[in-house]
Design a protein around this ligand. Structure first.
Ligand code: NAD
Ligand code: ZN
Length: 360
């Protein structure tokens, strides 16, 4: 057996209001006055001085506001890298991503692509990145994806939706300040939070499971149950717990994999642009056959928070469109293997996937 040797986020600061210490964290990392810090910030914060007034810009530092309406694309990463090269006299001292999974993934990808030649699409896959990226910091403002700890940045390219998985992808620094998550709309809190719950269910019920993944997965799952069965978004305690659940859920899949819901929701995302959190929920709702207990609990949580999922999103699709989704989904072999074992192709046929998609 040849075991993988994974990097982890080397520095993390946790606590309500820890965002105030950002400047103190970044100052020693400034290379020189011509090498700025570039902040990539979700444009939901554009007119939010509560957050932006605490970003202290010096010298040539810049904030670039980015919409998270659509998930990150390889072409978007290439354009941002181009924009940053034109904006700056020297390579930046650091890239700071502030937002949800979308902004965190963009920050990771931009940091890598500033030091690696070619286009972002060339690096979608496993261990294709050659050079260490620029110092990069992740500051989540919504909890659940685990993008703050993971070794990947998920991008939609011209041919596939696939991460840049590499030892250079994880953040050098993460700031976990749950206060930044206080104003999230309830449905979005639920969808992104359920991403974490689904990571746990898929990891804990997968064939790749081991004691490393199980210990993190168990912790995250217990936290999710406390939050979504007995807590609510408005409580500080729930906000802090979900931040840690997201972290542990992400750690759980470092050494295992996700499963059926992710494999199918990537198909929805690629074809219809369905966003990750809500897409996972739409798929997971139909997966009793694979995760009976997990789905039962999911339905209870959905009911408790009065969440109505969209229905009929696949109602008017053509054969060609179904085939595109099925191709994308089937290409994610490690996810299927984790979910169902080495003989997964016996259970998961194209007809089976089509029948499942037709329910959504
Ligand atoms: P997101 O980043 O798109 O954010 C969801 C919504 O919440 C957006 O509309 C955003 O503007 C809003 N929002 C964020 N913070 C807010 C705040 N504090 N107050 C009010 N609104 C706020 O969605 P997400 O679910 O966090 O991330 C999804 C993305 O993460 C997908 O692109 C997915 O592929 C990626 N992902 C990556 C990993 C990884 O390991 N790299 C893992 C899972 C998902
Ligand atoms: Zn996910």
């Amino acid at each position: 057996m040849n075991y993988k040797n994974f990097p982890m986020v080397p520095r993390v600061i946790f606590g309500r209001g820890s965002f105030n210490q950002l400047n103190e964290i970044l100052t020693p990392k400034r290379l020189n006055i011509n090498a700025p810090f570039i902040y990539l910030v979700d444009d939901v914060f554009k007119n939010n001085s509560w957050l932006t007034s605490r970003i202290q810009l010096s010298y040539e530092d810049k904030i670039i506001f980015i919409s998270s309406k659509e998930e990150p694309k390889t072409s978007q990463v290439d354009e941002l890298v181009e924009e940053i090269i034109l904006l700056t006299k020297e390579r930046p001292s650091g890239i700071i991503g502030i937002g949800g999974g979308t902004l965190l993934d963009l920050a990771k990808a931009v940091a890598i692509m500033l030091t690696n030649e070619g286009e972002a699409k060339d690096y979608q896959g496993w261990d294709l990145v050659k050079n260490e990226g620029i110092y990069h910091v992740g500051i989540p403002t919504i909890s659940g994806t685990g993008a703050e700890v993971s070794r990947t940045t998920v991008l939609t390219g011209p041919h596939k939706k696939l991460g840049i998985n590499s030892d250079f992808t994880p953040f050098d620094q993460v700031v976990l300040d749950s206060e930044l998550t206080k104003d999230i709309p309830v449905d979005q809190w639920f969808y992104t939070g359920m991403d974490c719950y689904i990571h746990c269910i898929e990891s804990l019920n997968g064939t790749y499971l081991n004691a490393f993944s199980k210990s993190y997965g168990d912790m995250a799952l217990d936290l999710c149950k406390e939050i979504f069965l007995n807590g609510d978004l408005a409580e500080i305690e729930s906000q802090e717990k979900l931040m840690m659940a997201s972290w542990h859920g992400g750690m759980s899949i470092v050494y295992s994999q996700v499963g059926v819901a992710h494999a199918m929701s990537y198909g929805l995302s690629y074809l219809l642009g369905t966003k990750h959190g809500i897409g996972n929920c739409i798929v997971f709702d139909q997966l009793e056959e694979f995760y009976p207990e997990g789905v039962k609990l999911f339905k209870e949580m959905k009911q408790k928070h009065n969440i109505e999922l969209p229905v009929g999103i696949c109602a008017n699709l053509s054969d060609e469109e179904f085939n595109t989704m099925i191709d994308i989904s089937l290409s994610l072999e490690p996810l299927w293997e984790n979910a169902l074992g080495g003989n997964w192709q016996k259970t998961i046929t194209r007809e089976k996937l089509r029948a499942l998609y037709q329910k959504m």
